[in-house]
Design a protein around this ligand. Sequence first.
Ligand SMILES: [Zn+2]
Length: 321
Amino acid sequence: MGLRLAFISLWGCSLLLAVNTASADASRQVPPELQKSALYSMEDSVHGIRIRSMPGVSAEAIEIAKARLAMLLEHLPQVAANLADAGAELRIMTGYPNTDVTGGLVSYATEENILKNERDRFTDHRDICVHECAHMLHTAFGPEQCAAITQRFAEAQAAGLWPGCYAMTNESEFFAELTMWYFGTRGDYGRLPEPQEGPAWLKQYDPQSYELLDSIYSGRLLSRRIEWKRLADRGAAAEGSLKSLDSGQPSQIQYVNNTGGTVSYYWLDFEGKRVPYGTVEAGERGSMSTFISHPWLLTDSAGTVLGIWVPETTHDRIVVE
Ligand SMILES: [Zn+2]
């Protein structure tokens, strides 16, 4: 989930960005102190995707989380392989039921929500684990699936469907929210009269979006193996000559911070000016959704430029060393 207002202001200007762990929940992050890999010491996996949890997370919660991720991936072996290649992780917290969780290449869930216990901040116990896992899958979709989601989001928005719903935040939230209905529960329903849970209601209310989700999750809409290309560093001297050109072609970037320190990153806007977007902790990995031609400049904590990367294909990779 994420905060809407701040994000919408970004959406208008250029990009759908994901900070650190999110594929779209840009304005709200899992707090940095809860992003440290060392906190998640228990390991398991689903189709090669790591399931890691804080000590104390119950075996029951882990099994449920694994089953949810496996459910989303049941007909999508290529997507599962893309995620495994990219180092995707689902991390389960315990003891932080009120924290913000986000989804992307690294996705988070809380035990309290998974078990629907009385400490879950969502009193209706909506399935946040499925929502964040949907963001994870979205990072590893091919161009066909991404384009279909982009198109359907625009159509649904133009048609005035989903008024006031979190699904209208952007295309990533649209996909994640509707995924909750598709797999049997429901998301935020804004100003809609209280809808039913589950796919039957979705099919009746918004048949075209249902059809899209069904084509994706059944595997009918082609999913293909991704070759993650490693992006070339343009070097600090290139700042001043680089700027974003347009927002025509989405690009997913997967990144790893191997520097040993915190890295700050900036988007170079349409005039080439730095726009700060956040930080990535040492040792962390994640993904972001941006556009081909949009330059990203990274600095260390002292402000020294580490490099500038410009996405060139739909799926790129940055290793910051
Ligand atoms: Zn979300």
